[in-house]
Design a protein around this ligand. Sequence first.
Ligand SMILES: Cc1cc2nc3c(=O)[nH]c(=O)nc-3n(C[C@H](O)[C@H](O)[C@H](O)COP(=O)(O)OP(=O)(O)OC[C@H]3O[C@@H](n4cnc5c(N)ncnc54)[C@H](O)[C@@H]3O)c2cc1C
Length: 432
Amino acid sequence: MIEERFDAIVVGAGMAGNAAALTMAKRGMKVLQLERGEYSGSKNAQAAILDADILEQLTPGFREDAPLERRLVEQRFWLMDSRSHIGLRYRFNDRNDKRPNRHIVIRALFDKWFSGKVREAGATVLYQTTVTELAQNRRGRVIGVRTDRQDRIIHADVVVLAEGVNGLLGTRAGWRERPAPDQVALQVKEMLLLPRETIEARFNLKRDEGVVIEAAGSISRGMTGIGFIYANRECISLGVGCLVSDLQRTGETPYGLLNRFKRHPSVVPLINGSELKEYSAHLIAKRGYNTIPQLCGKGWVVVGDAAELNNTGHRGPLNVAMISGRIAAEAIFRLKSRGDRSTSNSVSLYKKMLNESYEDLKKKNMPALMHTQPDNFLLTHRQLVSKAILNFARTAGRPKAGQEKSDSKAFCDEWSWTGLFGDGFRLPRAWR
Ligand SMILES: Cc1cc2nc3c(=O)[nH]c(=O)nc-3n(C[C@H](O)[C@H](O)[C@H](O)COP(=O)(O)OP(=O)(O)OC[C@H]3O[C@@H](n4cnc5c(N)ncnc54)[C@H](O)[C@@H]3O)c2cc1C
Protein backbone atom coordinates (compact mmCIF):
# COMPACT_ATOMS: atom_id res chain seq x y z
CA MET A 1 0.00 0.00 0.00
CA ILE A 2 1.32 3.43 -1.00
CA GLU A 3 1.03 5.95 1.84
CA GLU A 4 3.82 8.39 1.11
CA ARG A 5 3.65 11.82 -0.34
CA PHE A 6 5.29 12.36 -3.74
CA ASP A 7 6.74 15.35 -5.53
CA ALA A 8 4.85 14.24 -8.64
CA ILE A 9 2.40 11.57 -9.73
CA VAL A 10 2.36 10.66 -13.43
CA VAL A 11 -0.84 9.08 -14.76
CA GLY A 12 -0.03 6.77 -17.67
CA ALA A 13 3.13 5.03 -18.88
CA GLY A 14 2.98 5.78 -22.61
CA MET A 15 5.57 7.91 -24.43
CA ALA A 16 4.63 11.19 -22.74
CA GLY A 17 4.27 9.72 -19.25
CA ASN A 18 7.55 7.84 -19.46
CA ALA A 19 9.40 10.91 -20.73
CA ALA A 20 7.97 13.02 -17.88
CA ALA A 21 8.59 10.43 -15.14
CA LEU A 22 12.13 9.73 -16.37
CA THR A 23 13.08 13.41 -16.54
CA MET A 24 11.78 14.16 -13.03
CA ALA A 25 13.30 11.02 -11.49
CA LYS A 26 16.68 11.86 -13.04
CA ARG A 27 16.39 15.30 -11.47
CA GLY A 28 16.13 13.59 -8.09
CA MET A 29 12.40 14.16 -7.60
CA LYS A 30 10.26 11.62 -5.80
CA VAL A 31 7.99 10.28 -8.55
CA LEU A 32 5.11 7.81 -8.61
CA GLN A 33 3.89 6.58 -11.99
CA LEU A 34 0.59 4.72 -12.33
CA GLU A 35 -0.35 2.65 -15.39
CA ARG A 36 -3.58 0.73 -15.82
CA GLY A 37 -2.06 -1.81 -18.24
CA GLU A 38 -0.32 -5.00 -17.24
CA TYR A 39 2.93 -3.31 -18.27
CA SER A 40 3.93 -0.17 -20.12
CA GLY A 41 2.98 -0.70 -23.78
CA SER A 42 0.53 -3.51 -23.11
CA LYS A 43 -2.24 -1.32 -24.55
CA ASN A 44 -0.14 -0.29 -27.55
CA ALA A 45 0.15 -2.87 -30.33
CA GLN A 46 1.47 -0.52 -33.01
CA ALA A 47 4.62 0.14 -34.94
CA ALA A 48 5.82 3.72 -35.02
CA ILE A 49 8.63 5.93 -36.26
CA LEU A 50 10.84 7.09 -33.44
CA ASP A 51 12.88 10.27 -33.65
CA ALA A 52 16.31 9.33 -32.33
CA ASP A 53 17.44 12.84 -31.41
CA ILE A 54 14.51 13.30 -29.05
CA LEU A 55 15.12 9.98 -27.30
CA GLU A 56 18.85 10.67 -27.13
CA GLN A 57 18.12 13.73 -24.98
CA LEU A 58 16.17 11.53 -22.56
CA THR A 59 18.35 8.42 -22.48
CA PRO A 60 21.75 9.02 -24.03
CA GLY A 61 23.19 5.88 -25.65
CA PHE A 62 19.75 4.25 -26.03
CA ARG A 63 20.85 2.32 -29.12
CA GLU A 64 22.90 -0.05 -26.95
CA ASP A 65 19.89 -1.86 -25.51
CA ALA A 66 16.62 -0.38 -26.84
CA PRO A 67 14.43 -2.82 -28.82
CA LEU A 68 14.72 -1.10 -32.21
CA GLU A 69 13.16 -2.95 -35.13
CA ARG A 70 14.84 -1.34 -38.11
CA ARG A 71 16.42 1.98 -39.03
CA LEU A 72 14.24 3.88 -41.44
CA VAL A 73 15.99 4.22 -44.81
CA GLU A 74 13.07 4.74 -47.13
CA GLN A 75 9.61 6.32 -47.18
CA ARG A 76 7.13 5.62 -49.93
CA PHE A 77 3.99 7.59 -50.66
CA TRP A 78 1.26 5.97 -52.71
CA LEU A 79 -1.71 7.58 -54.39
CA MET A 80 -4.01 4.63 -54.99
CA ASP A 81 -6.91 3.85 -57.22
CA SER A 82 -8.74 0.56 -57.08
CA ARG A 83 -6.17 -1.44 -59.14
CA SER A 84 -2.92 0.53 -59.15
CA HIS A 85 -0.95 3.26 -57.42
CA ILE A 86 1.23 6.20 -58.29
CA GLY A 87 4.27 6.13 -56.05
CA LEU A 88 6.87 8.49 -54.73
CA ARG A 89 9.91 7.00 -53.05
CA TYR A 90 12.48 8.75 -50.92
CA ARG A 91 15.57 6.75 -50.03
CA PHE A 92 18.01 8.14 -47.47
CA ASN A 93 21.61 7.58 -48.47
CA ASP A 94 23.08 7.30 -45.01
CA ARG A 95 23.18 3.50 -45.01
CA ASN A 96 26.41 3.34 -43.08
CA ASP A 97 25.37 5.89 -40.53
CA LYS A 98 26.08 4.51 -37.06
CA ARG A 99 23.59 6.87 -35.48
CA PRO A 100 20.52 6.83 -37.73
CA ASN A 101 18.05 9.60 -37.10
CA ARG A 102 14.88 7.50 -37.21
CA HIS A 103 13.98 3.98 -36.16
CA ILE A 104 10.90 1.83 -36.50
CA VAL A 105 9.81 0.46 -33.12
CA ILE A 106 7.01 -1.78 -31.92
CA ARG A 107 5.42 0.06 -29.04
CA ALA A 108 4.61 -2.97 -26.88
CA LEU A 109 8.34 -3.80 -26.76
CA PHE A 110 9.69 -0.29 -26.78
CA ASP A 111 7.44 1.12 -24.04
CA LYS A 112 8.33 -1.80 -21.78
CA TRP A 113 12.03 -1.00 -22.21
CA PHE A 114 11.39 2.73 -21.73
CA SER A 115 9.50 2.01 -18.51
CA GLY A 116 12.49 0.00 -17.25
CA LYS A 117 14.62 3.16 -17.67
CA VAL A 118 12.09 5.09 -15.57
CA ARG A 119 12.37 2.53 -12.76
CA GLU A 120 16.20 2.50 -13.03
CA ALA A 121 16.14 6.28 -12.57
CA GLY A 122 14.43 5.79 -9.22
CA ALA A 123 10.71 6.34 -9.87
CA THR A 124 8.13 4.06 -8.28
CA VAL A 125 6.08 2.51 -11.08
CA LEU A 126 2.85 0.62 -10.42
CA TYR A 127 1.18 -1.30 -13.24
CA GLN A 128 -2.40 -2.61 -13.28
CA THR A 129 -3.40 0.47 -11.30
CA THR A 130 -6.07 2.75 -12.75
CA VAL A 131 -6.39 6.31 -11.53
CA THR A 132 -10.11 6.70 -10.95
CA GLU A 133 -10.26 10.27 -9.72
CA LEU A 134 -8.20 13.41 -9.22
CA ALA A 135 -8.39 14.54 -5.59
CA GLN A 136 -8.87 18.29 -5.13
CA ASN A 137 -8.92 20.49 -2.04
CA ARG A 138 -11.63 23.05 -1.31
CA ARG A 139 -9.87 25.69 -3.38
CA GLY A 140 -9.86 23.40 -6.41
CA ARG A 141 -6.15 22.58 -6.25
CA VAL A 142 -5.28 19.01 -7.28
CA ILE A 143 -3.61 17.39 -4.27
CA GLY A 144 -3.29 13.80 -5.48
CA VAL A 145 -5.18 10.88 -6.97
CA ARG A 146 -7.44 8.00 -6.05
CA THR A 147 -6.91 4.61 -7.69
CA ASP A 148 -8.81 1.36 -8.01
CA ARG A 149 -6.21 -0.24 -5.70
CA GLN A 150 -6.80 1.67 -2.49
CA ASP A 151 -9.35 3.91 -0.83
CA ARG A 152 -7.02 6.61 0.36
CA ILE A 153 -5.76 9.57 -1.58
CA ILE A 154 -2.14 9.34 -2.71
CA HIS A 155 -0.78 12.87 -2.28
CA ALA A 156 1.56 14.79 -4.57
CA ASP A 157 2.55 18.40 -5.24
CA VAL A 158 1.69 17.98 -8.91
CA VAL A 159 -0.16 15.41 -11.03
CA VAL A 160 0.99 14.93 -14.62
CA LEU A 161 -1.85 13.70 -16.83
CA ALA A 162 -0.35 11.49 -19.56
CA GLU A 163 -3.46 9.38 -20.05
CA GLY A 164 -3.52 9.37 -23.87
CA VAL A 165 -6.06 10.41 -26.46
CA ASN A 166 -9.24 9.66 -24.48
CA GLY A 167 -8.13 11.92 -21.63
CA LEU A 168 -10.99 10.81 -19.39
CA LEU A 169 -9.70 12.35 -16.14
CA GLY A 170 -9.10 15.73 -17.77
CA THR A 171 -12.47 15.59 -19.52
CA ARG A 172 -14.28 14.68 -16.30
CA ALA A 173 -12.58 17.56 -14.52
CA GLY A 174 -13.84 19.90 -17.27
CA TRP A 175 -10.36 20.93 -18.49
CA ARG A 176 -10.82 19.60 -21.99
CA GLU A 177 -13.70 18.72 -24.24
CA ARG A 178 -14.23 15.26 -25.61
CA PRO A 179 -13.00 15.40 -29.21
CA ALA A 180 -15.90 15.65 -31.68
CA PRO A 181 -16.19 12.87 -34.31
CA ASP A 182 -14.63 15.13 -36.95
CA GLN A 183 -11.63 15.77 -34.70
CA VAL A 184 -10.60 12.20 -34.14
CA ALA A 185 -9.58 9.34 -36.44
CA LEU A 186 -10.09 5.64 -35.80
CA GLN A 187 -7.11 3.54 -36.83
CA VAL A 188 -7.29 -0.22 -37.18
CA LYS A 189 -4.19 -2.24 -37.63
CA GLU A 190 -2.92 -5.76 -38.06
CA MET A 191 0.46 -7.21 -37.30
CA LEU A 192 1.35 -9.86 -39.89
CA LEU A 193 4.18 -12.31 -39.30
CA LEU A 194 6.68 -13.10 -42.07
CA PRO A 195 10.26 -14.40 -42.01
CA ARG A 196 12.87 -11.69 -41.84
CA GLU A 197 14.48 -12.62 -45.19
CA THR A 198 11.08 -12.54 -46.94
CA ILE A 199 10.42 -9.02 -45.68
CA GLU A 200 13.86 -7.88 -46.79
CA ALA A 201 13.43 -9.38 -50.26
CA ARG A 202 9.93 -7.99 -50.78
CA PHE A 203 10.77 -4.47 -49.64
CA ASN A 204 14.25 -4.42 -51.18
CA LEU A 205 16.03 -3.98 -47.86
CA LYS A 206 19.45 -4.88 -46.55
CA ARG A 207 19.79 -6.16 -42.98
CA ASP A 208 18.20 -3.84 -40.37
CA GLU A 209 17.01 -1.34 -43.01
CA GLY A 210 13.34 -0.39 -42.77
CA VAL A 211 10.62 1.10 -44.99
CA VAL A 212 7.34 2.83 -44.28
CA ILE A 213 4.63 3.22 -46.92
CA GLU A 214 1.86 5.81 -46.51
CA ALA A 215 -1.10 5.49 -48.86
CA ALA A 216 -3.95 7.82 -49.79
CA GLY A 217 -6.67 7.68 -52.43
CA SER A 218 -9.19 4.92 -53.06
CA ILE A 219 -8.20 3.19 -49.85
CA SER A 220 -10.30 5.63 -47.80
CA ARG A 221 -13.29 5.47 -50.18
CA GLY A 222 -13.75 9.23 -50.35
CA MET A 223 -13.27 9.76 -46.62
CA THR A 224 -10.45 11.66 -44.94
CA GLY A 225 -7.94 8.99 -44.10
CA ILE A 226 -4.78 7.12 -44.94
CA GLY A 227 -3.32 3.65 -44.94
CA PHE A 228 0.14 2.62 -43.83
CA ILE A 229 2.53 -0.32 -44.05
CA TYR A 230 5.60 -0.69 -41.82
CA ALA A 231 8.29 -3.23 -42.63
CA ASN A 232 9.41 -4.37 -39.18
CA ARG A 233 12.04 -6.98 -38.34
CA GLU A 234 9.88 -10.08 -38.51
CA CYS A 235 6.41 -8.70 -39.11
CA ILE A 236 4.55 -6.15 -41.15
CA SER A 237 2.22 -3.59 -39.54
CA LEU A 238 -0.56 -2.66 -41.87
CA GLY A 239 -3.46 -0.35 -41.07
CA VAL A 240 -6.03 2.19 -42.13
CA GLY A 241 -7.33 5.25 -40.30
CA CYS A 242 -10.29 7.49 -41.12
CA LEU A 243 -12.09 10.35 -39.41
CA VAL A 244 -14.81 9.00 -37.14
CA SER A 245 -17.38 11.47 -38.54
CA ASP A 246 -16.71 10.13 -42.06
CA LEU A 247 -17.13 6.53 -40.89
CA GLN A 248 -20.44 7.48 -39.25
CA ARG A 249 -21.62 9.32 -42.35
CA THR A 250 -20.76 6.58 -44.84
CA GLY A 251 -21.47 3.52 -42.69
CA GLU A 252 -18.11 2.06 -43.77
CA THR A 253 -16.50 -0.23 -41.21
CA PRO A 254 -12.80 0.19 -40.42
CA TYR A 255 -12.29 -3.56 -40.73
CA GLY A 256 -13.91 -3.50 -44.20
CA LEU A 257 -11.47 -0.77 -45.26
CA LEU A 258 -8.55 -2.74 -43.87
CA ASN A 259 -9.57 -5.89 -45.74
CA ARG A 260 -9.93 -3.98 -48.98
CA PHE A 261 -6.47 -2.47 -48.47
CA LYS A 262 -5.03 -5.96 -47.90
CA ARG A 263 -6.61 -7.24 -51.14
CA HIS A 264 -5.27 -4.36 -53.26
CA PRO A 265 -3.00 -5.69 -56.04
CA SER A 266 -0.17 -3.40 -54.88
CA VAL A 267 -0.36 -4.75 -51.33
CA VAL A 268 -0.93 -8.47 -51.90
CA PRO A 269 2.66 -9.27 -53.02
CA LEU A 270 4.02 -7.62 -49.87
CA ILE A 271 1.92 -9.58 -47.36
CA ASN A 272 1.23 -12.84 -49.19
CA GLY A 273 1.56 -15.92 -46.98
CA SER A 274 1.77 -13.92 -43.74
CA GLU A 275 0.21 -15.03 -40.49
CA LEU A 276 -2.02 -12.68 -38.48
CA LYS A 277 -0.53 -12.10 -35.05
CA GLU A 278 -2.56 -9.22 -33.67
CA TYR A 279 -5.44 -6.89 -34.51
CA SER A 280 -5.93 -3.59 -32.73
CA ALA A 281 -7.91 -0.36 -32.94
CA HIS A 282 -7.06 3.04 -31.49
CA LEU A 283 -8.22 6.64 -31.67
CA ILE A 284 -5.92 9.42 -32.86
CA ALA A 285 -6.85 13.04 -32.19
CA LYS A 286 -6.67 15.31 -35.23
CA ARG A 287 -7.21 18.68 -33.68
CA GLY A 288 -4.80 21.51 -34.35
CA TYR A 289 -2.60 23.94 -32.47
CA ASN A 290 -5.41 26.44 -32.05
CA THR A 291 -7.58 23.97 -30.15
CA ILE A 292 -4.94 22.74 -27.69
CA PRO A 293 -6.77 22.81 -24.36
CA GLN A 294 -5.61 24.39 -21.13
CA LEU A 295 -2.20 22.78 -20.49
CA CYS A 296 -2.03 23.14 -16.71
CA GLY A 297 -3.77 24.48 -13.67
CA LYS A 298 -3.57 24.32 -9.89
CA GLY A 299 -1.53 21.22 -9.14
CA TRP A 300 -1.85 19.57 -12.56
CA VAL A 301 -0.20 19.48 -15.98
CA VAL A 302 -1.32 17.62 -19.12
CA VAL A 303 1.05 16.15 -21.76
CA GLY A 304 1.07 14.10 -24.97
CA ASP A 305 -2.11 12.99 -26.71
CA ALA A 306 -4.17 13.97 -23.67
CA ALA A 307 -3.09 17.55 -24.39
CA GLU A 308 -3.84 17.02 -28.10
CA LEU A 309 -0.26 17.88 -28.93
CA ASN A 310 -0.40 15.99 -32.17
CA ASN A 311 -0.63 18.48 -34.99
CA THR A 312 2.87 17.69 -35.99
CA GLY A 313 3.44 18.06 -39.70
CA HIS A 314 5.57 15.08 -40.62
CA ARG A 315 7.39 14.57 -37.30
CA GLY A 316 4.90 12.26 -35.56
CA PRO A 317 2.70 12.68 -32.48
CA LEU A 318 4.67 10.07 -30.59
CA ASN A 319 7.78 12.23 -30.71
CA VAL A 320 5.84 15.32 -29.69
CA ALA A 321 4.41 13.28 -26.79
CA MET A 322 7.99 12.66 -25.58
CA ILE A 323 8.93 16.31 -26.04
CA SER A 324 5.92 17.57 -24.10
CA GLY A 325 6.53 15.07 -21.28
CA ARG A 326 10.16 16.16 -20.96
CA ILE A 327 9.39 19.87 -21.15
CA ALA A 328 6.55 19.69 -18.62
CA ALA A 329 8.87 17.79 -16.28
CA GLU A 330 11.64 20.38 -16.69
CA ALA A 331 9.14 23.19 -16.00
CA ILE A 332 7.91 21.39 -12.86
CA PHE A 333 11.49 20.87 -11.68
CA ARG A 334 12.46 24.50 -12.28
CA LEU A 335 9.45 25.82 -10.38
CA LYS A 336 9.97 23.33 -7.55
CA SER A 337 13.64 24.36 -7.24
CA ARG A 338 12.53 27.97 -6.76
CA GLY A 339 9.73 26.94 -4.36
CA ASP A 340 7.19 28.48 -6.76
CA ARG A 341 3.68 26.99 -6.58
CA SER A 342 1.94 29.71 -8.59
CA THR A 343 -0.37 28.36 -11.28
CA SER A 344 0.07 31.22 -13.69
CA ASN A 345 3.87 30.81 -13.60
CA SER A 346 3.67 27.09 -14.36
CA VAL A 347 1.20 27.65 -17.21
CA SER A 348 3.33 30.27 -18.87
CA LEU A 349 6.63 28.46 -18.31
CA TYR A 350 5.44 25.12 -19.77
CA LYS A 351 3.71 26.74 -22.75
CA LYS A 352 6.65 29.07 -23.38
CA MET A 353 9.17 26.23 -23.25
CA LEU A 354 6.97 24.10 -25.50
CA ASN A 355 6.53 26.85 -28.07
CA GLU A 356 10.22 27.66 -28.10
CA SER A 357 11.39 24.11 -28.46
CA TYR A 358 8.80 22.88 -30.90
CA GLU A 359 7.78 25.34 -33.58
CA ASP A 360 6.37 22.46 -35.67
CA LEU A 361 3.33 22.29 -33.42
CA LYS A 362 1.96 25.29 -35.26
CA LYS A 363 2.11 23.60 -38.65
CA LYS A 364 -0.87 22.18 -40.41
CA ASN A 365 -0.69 18.49 -41.21
CA MET A 366 -1.73 16.46 -44.22
CA PRO A 367 -4.93 15.01 -42.74
CA ALA A 368 -5.97 18.52 -41.74
CA LEU A 369 -5.28 19.73 -45.24
CA MET A 370 -7.25 16.88 -46.79
CA HIS A 371 -10.06 17.56 -44.37
CA THR A 372 -10.33 21.25 -45.02
CA GLN A 373 -9.74 20.83 -48.75
CA PRO A 374 -11.97 17.99 -49.91
CA ASP A 375 -11.72 19.42 -53.44
CA ASN A 376 -8.04 18.58 -53.57
CA PHE A 377 -7.52 17.73 -57.22
CA LEU A 378 -5.01 14.90 -56.99
CA LEU A 379 -6.97 12.95 -54.40
CA THR A 380 -10.41 13.53 -55.84
CA HIS A 381 -9.40 12.69 -59.40
CA ARG A 382 -6.83 9.98 -58.70
CA GLN A 383 -8.45 7.67 -61.28
CA LEU A 384 -7.89 10.27 -63.98
CA VAL A 385 -4.31 10.85 -62.88
CA SER A 386 -3.61 7.14 -62.74
CA LYS A 387 -5.14 6.52 -66.20
CA ALA A 388 -3.18 9.40 -67.73
CA ILE A 389 0.09 8.05 -66.31
CA LEU A 390 -0.72 4.55 -67.54
CA ASN A 391 -1.48 5.84 -71.02
CA PHE A 392 1.73 7.84 -70.99
CA ALA A 393 3.82 4.82 -69.89
CA ARG A 394 2.44 1.99 -71.99
CA THR A 395 2.78 1.34 -75.71
CA ALA A 396 -0.34 0.17 -77.47
CA GLY A 397 0.94 -0.30 -81.05
CA ARG A 398 -0.73 2.89 -82.26
CA PRO A 399 -0.01 6.64 -82.09
CA LYS A 400 -0.67 8.16 -78.65
CA ALA A 401 -1.70 11.62 -79.79
CA GLY A 402 -5.45 10.85 -79.72
CA GLN A 403 -5.27 9.28 -76.26
CA GLU A 404 -3.24 12.17 -74.86
CA LYS A 405 -5.76 14.64 -76.21
CA SER A 406 -8.64 12.79 -74.59
CA ASP A 407 -6.74 12.53 -71.28
CA SER A 408 -6.07 16.25 -71.15
CA LYS A 409 -9.71 16.96 -72.14
CA ALA A 410 -10.85 14.75 -69.27
CA PHE A 411 -8.64 16.77 -66.90
CA CYS A 412 -10.02 20.07 -68.11
CA ASP A 413 -13.63 18.82 -67.95
CA GLU A 414 -13.24 17.73 -64.34
CA TRP A 415 -11.33 20.73 -63.17
CA SER A 416 -9.86 23.83 -64.67
CA TRP A 417 -6.11 24.27 -64.73
CA THR A 418 -6.55 26.77 -61.94
CA GLY A 419 -7.62 23.77 -59.81
CA LEU A 420 -4.25 22.17 -60.42
CA PHE A 421 -2.45 25.43 -59.67
CA GLY A 422 -4.56 25.53 -56.49
CA ASP A 423 -3.07 22.18 -55.44
CA GLY A 424 0.39 23.48 -56.18
CA PHE A 425 -0.31 26.43 -53.93
CA ARG A 426 -2.10 24.52 -51.13
CA LEU A 427 0.16 21.51 -50.70
CA PRO A 428 3.32 23.44 -49.72
CA ARG A 429 1.22 25.41 -47.23
CA ALA A 430 0.53 22.16 -45.39
CA TRP A 431 4.05 22.29 -44.06
CA ARG A 432 4.02 25.92 -43.00
C1 LIG B 1 -2.13 2.44 -35.13
C2 LIG B 1 -1.35 3.65 -34.67
C3 LIG B 1 -0.16 3.95 -35.26
C4 LIG B 1 0.53 5.06 -34.83
N1 LIG B 1 1.70 5.32 -35.45
C5 LIG B 1 2.40 6.39 -35.07
C6 LIG B 1 3.66 6.69 -35.72
O1 LIG B 1 4.14 6.00 -36.60
N2 LIG B 1 4.32 7.77 -35.32
C7 LIG B 1 3.84 8.57 -34.32
O2 LIG B 1 4.51 9.55 -34.00
N3 LIG B 1 2.69 8.34 -33.70
C8 LIG B 1 1.95 7.27 -34.04
N4 LIG B 1 0.76 7.03 -33.43
C9 LIG B 1 0.30 7.97 -32.37
C10 LIG B 1 1.04 7.70 -31.05
O3 LIG B 1 0.82 6.36 -30.68
C11 LIG B 1 0.53 8.62 -29.93
O4 LIG B 1 0.64 9.96 -30.33
C12 LIG B 1 1.36 8.43 -28.65
O5 LIG B 1 1.22 7.10 -28.21
C13 LIG B 1 0.91 9.39 -27.56
O6 LIG B 1 1.59 9.10 -26.36
P1 LIG B 1 0.90 9.37 -24.96
O7 LIG B 1 1.88 8.99 -23.92
O8 LIG B 1 0.32 10.72 -24.91
O9 LIG B 1 -0.35 8.37 -24.91
P2 LIG B 1 -0.34 6.77 -24.92
O10 LIG B 1 0.86 6.24 -25.57
O11 LIG B 1 -1.69 6.38 -25.43
O12 LIG B 1 -0.25 6.38 -23.36
C14 LIG B 1 -1.29 6.64 -22.44
C15 LIG B 1 -1.14 5.63 -21.30
O13 LIG B 1 -1.96 6.02 -20.21
C16 LIG B 1 -2.57 4.86 -19.66
N5 LIG B 1 -3.79 5.31 -18.96
C17 LIG B 1 -4.86 5.94 -19.49
N6 LIG B 1 -5.74 6.26 -18.53
C18 LIG B 1 -5.22 5.83 -17.37
C19 LIG B 1 -5.69 5.89 -16.01
N7 LIG B 1 -6.83 6.46 -15.67
N8 LIG B 1 -4.90 5.32 -15.04
C20 LIG B 1 -3.70 4.75 -15.36
N9 LIG B 1 -3.22 4.67 -16.63
C21 LIG B 1 -3.96 5.22 -17.62
C22 LIG B 1 -2.83 3.97 -20.88
O14 LIG B 1 -2.99 2.63 -20.53
C23 LIG B 1 -1.57 4.22 -21.71
O15 LIG B 1 -0.55 3.31 -21.40
C24 LIG B 1 0.04 5.92 -33.81
C25 LIG B 1 -1.16 5.60 -33.18
C26 LIG B 1 -1.86 4.49 -33.62
C27 LIG B 1 -3.15 4.15 -32.97
